[in-house]
Design a protein around this ligand. Structure first.
Ligand code: V47
Length: 372
């Protein structure tokens, strides 16, 4: 094949499908994952990326807020969660959460990203108030992206409401979008072994489908590099692709690289650079109906995030400012980056940096002749 330089014969027929714009099968996904021809897989992913996003690489100015680490689900992969009263447990007040959101908006954020543990003492009204107060305290253009499907299910249980009603209440209070966390790996085997109390796959998918039906856009994720198999990863991607065919509201897919330190799985080695790039590239190729593939630099590191823009990635997330979930599990990346850092990182790769908001509306395109 003249278009791609492939060293692995197993990639030839996949390359033909990619050129023809054909959907890849489960077997193709497994072959991509098992191939050692990372550069070959990357070329295929880059081809698809260019068709969907041209030479643009997106980033955003955002502010993460993790209001509490007190959580009734103690998942084995999580170093962030604490029980009430345990050393290191914390819970922010509504005032402190609102203050952090205002600070983010004042620093130029276009998104406030709120994710927490499941605090057994927090009431339903507290969550709805949180959204209402944050929404009212910051300008309209700053998007409130809050609560994983796991938190939405928790709110439905404590309020004795359906998850659809919860989403309606939160939307009415000012929720714009849902982040993609809590999906982990859609496999009963891994769930039973490492996160048995957490939201099941069916419920996670149903909640995202419900959000999409209300016009609430969402992201989706996959926690990889722990006890899952390659086949389970590919099945996870195909399940997300099927959900997107049905409900269409996923904006971005973000693979989350498992960090083992201070978790019950800390004997595991964590991911490698090869696996991080391969996972992003395979995701770009398998998820033909999800517009954006995001490399979360907090988890894979700045250098790997920059390289990933040649392997199918069109988004490197944002300035973040404060991140606890990965740092408590041993991440050595900084907690924050400046806008200039992100622009320069992207520029060096030859792509056009585009500052965006959560919904991928453009804030600023950094063409070659536009200064920072
Ligand atoms: O749900 C927990 C994961 C998620 C660990 O939607 C871990 O734009 C690695 O979902 N090692 C929260 N991962 C983060 C998240 C996210 C991040 C960035 C952007 C977006 C988005 C979403 O982090 C959790 C869980 O899946 N996680 N522990 C760990 N030890």
């Amino acid at each position: 094949m003249s278009h791609f330089y492939l060293n692995d014969p197993a990639l030839e027929s996949i390359g033909e499908k990619v050129l023809a714009g054909e959907r890849l099968s489960r077997e193709d996904g497994i072959a991509l994952y098992k191939s050692r021809d990372l550069v070959g897989v990357g070329q295929l992913a880059d081809f698809v990326r260019r068709q969907q996003n041209g030479d643009r690489v997106h980033f955003m100015v955002n502010r993460h807020i993790n209001p509490t680490n007190v959580c009734r689900n103690r998942c084995k992969f999580c170093a962030f969660a604490r029980s009430e009263g345990e050393e290191g447990a914390y819970a922010m007040t509504l005032d402190a959460i609102v203050e952090a959101a205002i600070e983010g908006a004042n620093d130029g954020a276009y998104e406030v990203h709120i994710v927490s543990g499941l605090h057994p003492e927090w009431s339903y009204e507290f969550y709805v108030d949180m959204v209402r107060r944050v929404r009212n305290a910051i300008p309209k253009h700053v998007i409130v992206q809050a609560f994983t499907a796991v938190e939405i299910e928790h709110m439905a249980i404590i309020a004795d409401k359906s998850t659809l009603e919860v989403l309606r209440d939160l939307q009415e209070a000012g929720l714009d979008a849902l982040p993609g966390g809590g999906a982990e790996i859609f496999s009963d085997r891994t769930r039973a072994a490492a996160w048995d109390k957490k939201t099941t796959s069916d419920v996670w998918l149903r909640i995202h489908g419900e959000a999409h039906s209300l016009g609430i856009k969402t992201n989706c994720t996959m926690l990889y590099g722990h006890i899952e198999t390659v086949e389970e990863r590919v099945d996870h991607l195909i399940t997300l692709r099927e959900q997107q065919d049905k409900s269409g509201g996923f904006l971005a897919f973000i693979p989350l690289a498992f960090h083992p330190a201070n978790t019950e799985l800390e004997d595991l080695p964590g991911t490698t650079g090869f696996d991080d790039l391969k996972t992003l590239a395979v995701a770009r190729l398998m998820l033909d109906n999800i517009p954006h593939i995001k490399a979360f630099w907090i988890m894979i590191g700045l250098k790997m995030a920059q390289l990933s823009t040649a392997f199918g990635v069109d988004d490197i997330d944002g300035t973040v400012v404060e991140e606890k979930i990965t740092h408590m599990a041993g991440a050595t990346t900084p907690e924050a980056l400046s806008k200039d850092d992100l622009v320069n990182m992207i520029r060096e790769t030859g792509h056009t940096p585009v500052e965006r908001d959560t919904l991928y509306d453009y804030v600023k395109v950094y063409d070659a002749d536009v200064g920072e």
